[in-house]
Design a binder for this molecule. Structure first.
Ligand code: PGA
Length: 257
């Protein structure tokens, strides 16, 4: 983390978990546990059907609500889809874009990710853009090339004045939901590389202000070490974000740095 130049953001990604009533119960428990002073930004990204309950429950708190997906068109004949405008209208502030599960199961390509990034920014949502390599790609030694491609194509056409609103989450696919965390060094190496890639596109001053998260089995035990690295500015947390006390423990770890 480097709080001088950029925000530290701890974000939960619930994936396809919890009902609206469970969302309300989580929010009550979570709010009661939140530290009163000096805390990082906290975002909870929830399934669409839980969004209204989450927005209501976190209304008067400093917890921002995020969605896990959007479609890139504003409106029209796209049965089953939801636009960034619709979410912004009900006070959603963030949206996850390009999560590896969406790339893998729902055919989300780098081009679609780029369109969604633009749609989010236009509607006033802050995109959390996920990038990351598979185990095979890591072993083939193409991690950095792949990350550069994912970052550059996600940000294609994003103007300089919008770049600070983009969060990049480095999520090695082999560490997601597997209990296998990247070591601090492995995660930091790629996060530093991501900042260098942003620097090559936008210059050093703007690159310094971008929040870069690590995601992949982050938990209360390993958060402190991961966040101690200069270029790791927070976490995108799946499994451990489903329990209020675990997510709070990660917020505490971020507060201590
Ligand atoms: P995990 O998921 O923390 O359960 O590994 C992270 C993510 O997919 O964002």
């Amino acid at each position: 983390m480097n709080r001088r130049y950029r925000k530290t953001i701890i974000a939960g990604n619930w994936k396809m978990n919890k009902t609206p009533s469970e969302t309300k119960a989580f929010a009550e428990e979570f709010k009661a546990l939140l530290p009163k002073t000096k805390w990082c930004d906290v975002v909870v990204c929830v399934p669409l059907v839980d969004v209204p309950a989450a927005v209501r429950a976190f209304k008067d708190s400093r917890v921002a609500v995020g969605a896990e997906n959007i479609f890139y068109e504003k409106s029209g004949a796209y049965t089953g889809e939801v636009s960034a405008e619709m979410l912004a209208d009900i006070d959603v502030r963030y949206v996850i874009v390009g999560h590896s599960e969406r790339r893998q199961y729902f055919g989300e390509t780098d081009i679609i990710v780029n369109k969604k990034v633009h749609a989010a920014l236009e509607a006033g949502l802050n995109p959390i853009i996920c990038v990351g390599e598979s185990l095979e790609q890591r072993e083939m030694g193409v991690t950095m090339e792949l990350i550069a491609l994912q970052v550059k194509s996600a940000l294609a056409g994003v103007p300089a004045e919008q770049i600070r609103r983009c969060v990049i989450a480095y999520e090695p696919i082999w560490a997601i939901g597997t209990g296998k965390t990247a070591t601090g060094e492995q995660a930091a190496e790629v996060c530093t590389f991501i900042r260098a890639t942003i620097r090559s596109l936008y210059g050093a001053r703007l690159a310094r202000g971008v929040t870069i998260q690590y995601g992949g089995s982050m938990n209360p035990e390993n958060a402190r070490e991961l966040l101690s690295h200069e270029d790791i500015d927070g976490g995108l947390i799946g499994g451990a974000s489903l329990k209020a006390d675990k997510l709070i423990a990660i917020v505490h770890a971020a507060n201590q740095g």
